[in-house]
Design a protein around this ligand. Structure first.
Ligand code: GTQ
Ligand code: FE2
Length: 331
């Protein structure tokens, strides 16, 4: 290419596609990664000792995927950050809101820690799943005993790429009326006079006991596993499209049917122990371990104890709505 052409292009703000190393964009192949609870747990105590909730917006440890080292990427998964937050008795994490969709999955606590979402108080018992959809006010407080620890997941990288996030500090002066969650407590029946036109579920708190009940009542799939999705009762779709959540109980006798997808998933081992085959990698997991299941690998799971439950979150619904989703199953 002539120097003249090169400098003419540069001054006209154009470039030659044929000279790019990979014009289709290198698809970063990502290895799975597991964050053992045994390593995270003591770090939470250090975080408590070294941070003051007067100055910290949130006391949060961000899981950083080693696959993203030396890349511009951040966080645990391609489109979602997965963080650990800890709050101590007497502390509050002040109210704010953002366009990022967030969820909490409670790991530790006595149920006296509370997240208040748009004015609705959601107690945080271990195993509970809480929604904090985009632009809902939320604050955390704790007047019980001992650490309150939970997993936070947000569609942060996706919205960061799209530049769609906004942030507003509280307190709010336009709090919506309280939610009527009890009106949705009976499965199969939805109230007609409550007009919910939000793109997320009218339920903000999904207790673990209800999920365990549903898993126990359903028949196992051919591979012996049971799986439920956290849904919006008004649509049957995901509780929140930005991060779509499931609970999987794999069988002990055999592996789940292998699948491969271009969606990305993160798992938290809620109970028990198990092993996940992710491409050539075997991940051994036990209670409170967190691991990534990046796109492109053949994936299957097996329990090593009878009570193994995996909480799963994925960007699958984002891909599905744009018709980008591809997935296949081995028969
Ligand atoms: O609790 O509001 O892990 O805004 C990251 C951003 C938690 C929160 C995170 C947040 C929060
Ligand atoms: Fe937040």
């Amino acid at each position: 290419m002539s120097t003249n052409f090169r400098s003419a292009m540069a001054s006209a703000n154009v470039s030659a596609l044929w000279e790019r190393a990979n014009p289709d964009g290198a698809q970063l192949v990502e290895a799975p990664h597991l964050w053992p609870w045994a390593e995270l747990d003591p770090l939470l105590d250090v975080a408590v000792a070294e941070t003051d909730m007067e100055t910290a917006e949130r006391r949060v440890l961000v899981l950083e995927n080693p696959a993203y080292q030396d890349t511009p990427r951040i966080g645990a998964s391609l489109n979602m950050v997965v963080n650990l937050q800890v709050l101590m008795p007497g502390e509050v994490a002040r109210p704010h809101r953002h366009r990022l969709n967030a969820l909490r999955f409670i790991i530790e606590g006595d149920g006296r820690a509370v997240t208040t979402v748009d004015g609705t108080a959601c107690p945080m018992f271990p195993g509970d799943f809480l929604l904090t959809p985009g632009w809902c006010w939320h604050e955390h407080s704790h007047d019980g005993k001992g650490r309150a620890v939970w997993l936070d997941a947000l569609d942060a990288q996706l919205q960061r790429h799209l530049c769609t996030n906004e942030f507003e500090a509280g307190p709010s002066n336009d709090m919506p009326p309280p939610r009527m969650e009890d009106a949705y407590a009976v499965a199969g029946v939805t109230p007609l006079n409550l007009r919910e036109d939000t793109p997320y579920s009218p339920i903000f708190r999904y207790p673990l006991s209800r999920v365990v009940e549903a898993l126990g009542a359903m028949p196992a799939a051919a591979d012996g596993s049971r799986r439920v999705r956290y849904t919006n009762p008004l649509t049957g779709g995901p509780a929140m499209p930005g991060v779509d959540c499931y609970m999987l109980a794999p069988a002990r006798e055999n592996e789940t049917r292998a699948y491969r997808t271009n969606a990305n998933m993160m798992c938290l081992a809620v109970d028990g122990e198990g092993v996940s085959q992710v491409g050539d990698t075997k991940l051994q997991w036990k209670k409170n371990d967190i691991f990534s299941l990046p796109r492109g690998h053949w994936i299957s799971h097996r329990a090593k104890s009878g009570d193994a439950n995996l909480f799963q979150l994925t960007d699958r619904e984002v891909l599905a709505r744009l018709d980008y989703l591809r997935e296949e199953f081995r028969d």
